[in-house]
Ligand binder design. Structure first.
Ligand code: CTP
Length: 408
């Protein structure tokens, strides 16, 4: 576990009223062990499970339990706590507490201090499996996570305290500590805005048929998550893909190449880095029928027209900008991989390109692993292979960590 980001950092643990409240004791202790300074706020229900005295002893600070208590408010009240904290972790986040957070209520020490807090919040839900599965709970969590300030860890699945089996267990304490550390990391991309295009596009010929390709967006999402882990603010313009981890990312969903071009071009001038991993369809049907085309009406040939080259247009748009973003392309090739990739780097005016032989075993569309060569404008060549996550980490390290960041 890498919890070094916690050293000397100020973390509030907001304890909700569930049986897992006793595990929050261990969380406070482990955060402290990792070097964080910890203060605790408790809901009234939480006090039914663990006494404030326990948390006071573990954190070394008085615990905020009652925002109507003049003694507590006069000493270190909910606003002081919110101003003091660099990260806020809610554990256990019960169904009721999540609902109140989602609604923006402020009716106890946890919700009032959280309402006044502007930084990153990690929620660690724990409850009975049926309560977790409940539509309202799921909706509340989804709404909270739509804010880039909020992230969730868990719940885990297994035997619950109530005897039921399923999702609802508080995440392991070390996973919660790691999630808090991740939110406090000030990596080499801190303060930078990274734009990533990912996934395929769909070019419809009628409401039920389209031209596309097998891209799953995995490489792009891995890069997006790693850029975020290095401290960047990350926006992903994402074509249609299956479920992907969107935690902490600002994701703009698109369908066609034209949608993707519009969303990328409206942002590219204001970002620091644009990484173009999308497998944009190069053609679209010339016309899109408003209704399903019947078999008998099918034309013998389909007339296609070119779609915008998103990366090329982005490159042209920023070519003369005073603050030009770093442009990184991908080249999906099946032969003469490096030659074609370098030609694309030149033609599209890029700073670097990632050459990908999509026919190689363990590489290309939909695989969990990849093998790529990073080519830079300056002529350097480096090969990386492993899981897409490892490759993403190595690529970003080569671009931004191994030497002084080439942007800004
Ligand atoms: N790209 C893009 N828009 C397109 C086509 C490609 O933004 N319409 C981007 C890809 O995201 C990638 C790079 O351009 O970063 C190269 O994509 P690739 O499909 O390998 O090359 P193409 O330019 O389409 O050339 P070709 O299909 O002839 O190999």
């Amino acid at each position: 576990m890498d919890a070094s980001a916690l050293k000397g950092r100020r973390v509030v643990v907001g304890v909700g009223g569930g049986i897992a409240a006793y595990k929050a004791c261990e969380l406070v202790r482990e955060l402290g062990r990792a070097g964080a300074e910890v203060r605790v706020a408790m809901t009234e229900a939480a006090r039914q499970f663990v006494t404030p005295l326990t948390f006071q002893a573990l954190s070394g600070h008085p615990v905020l339990t009652d925002y109507f208590d003049p003694a507590q408010e006069g000493n270190f009240g909910h606003l002081d706590l919110a101003r003091w904290a660099e990260a806020y972790v809610v554990a256990p986040a019960t169904a009721d507490l999540l609902a109140r957070l989602r609604a923006g209520l402020g009716n106890d020490a946890v919700t009032t201090s959280l309402l006044a807090f502007r930084g990153p919040v990690v929620v660690a839900p724990a409850m009975n499996v049926a309560m977790w599965d409940n539509e309202r709970t799921q909706e509340n969590v989804a709404v909270l996570l739509a804010s880039p300030r909020f992230s969730a860890v868990g719940p885990g699945a297994g035997m619950l305290a109530c005897g039921d089996v399923g999702a609802g267990r508080l995440a392991e304490v070390r996973d919660i500590v790691e999630a808090v550390a991740a939110r406090l990391e000030t990596g080499p991309l801190h303060g930078r805005h990274v734009l990533v295009s990912a996934g395929p596009t769909r070019e419809y010929l009628d409401p039920v048929r389209f031209i596309s390709n097998p891209s799953t967006g995995k490489m792009g999402m891995a890069l997006a998550q790693q850029a975020r882990a290095l401290g960047a603010r990350v926006t992903v313009v994402l074509g249609p893909v299956g479920p992907v981890d969107r935690t902490g990312l600002d994701v703009v969903d698109v369908e066609s190449a034209e949608d993707m071009a519009r969303e990328v071009l409206s942002r590219v001038e204001s970002v620091d880095v644009f990484i173009s991993t999308a497998a944009v369809s190069d053609w679209r049907p010339e016309t899109r029928a408003p209704q399903k085309v019947k078999k008998g009406e099918t034309p013998e040939t389909l007339r296609l027209v070119r779609t915008p080259d998103v990366l090329l247009e982005a490159s042209r748009r920023v070519a003369s900008a005073a603050r030009r973003p770093l442009l990184v392309g991908f080249a999906a090739e099946t032969e003469h991989v490096l030659r074609h990739a370098r030609e694309k780097l030149e033609r599209k005016g890029l700073d670097a390109i990632v050459a990908n032989d999509v026919t190689a075993p363990g590489a290309g569309f939909g695989t969990e692993t990849n093998r790529v060569t990073l080519l830079t404008r300056a002529g350097a060549e480096q090969v990386f292979e492993g899981t897409k996550r490892d490759v993403a980490r190595s690529l970003l390290a080569a671009l931004f960590v191994a030497r002084a960041p080439p942007v800004g």
